[in-house]
Design a protein around this ligand. Structure first.
Ligand SMILES: [Cu+2]
Length: 107
């Protein structure tokens, strides 16, 4: 979650993150979900997806974005102290933008 001091005008308090999940639109997207500490639940209502994240297990979900946009969600599991809100942000971009994002992340 982005700290209050790092928010800029137009940001959503308690919903913005420092690293968005970037996906391409107009293709089927499969997401593999797991956890490193406790049970979480990766939930983005506007994409119609929700999957439990379980330590030591892989869970999968799929969705299709037909347009660019920013989609907000939150962990929907009571996953522990200091985990309140636990926001999720999915940003769908064009395939060329996705490819350049992958190049920047991997370099
Ligand atoms: Cu959680």
């Amino acid at each position: 979650m982005l700290a209050r001091d790092d928010l800029v005008s137009g940001d959503y308090r308690l919903l913005e993150v420092d690293h968005r999940t970037v996906v391409p639109y107009s293709v089927d997207v499969r997401v593999l979900v797991t956890a490193a500490d406790v049970l979480h639940s990766w939930t983005v209502p506007s994409l119609g997806v929700k999957a439990d994240a379980v330590p030591g297990r892989l869970n999968q979900l799929s969705f299709y974005c037909s347009r660019s946009g920013v989609f907000y969600g939150q962990c929907s599991e009571i996953c522990g102290a200091n985990h309140s809100f636990m926001p999720i942000v999915v940003e769908s971009v064009s395939i060329p933008d996705f490819v350049s994002w992958v190049k920047n992340v991997s370099s």
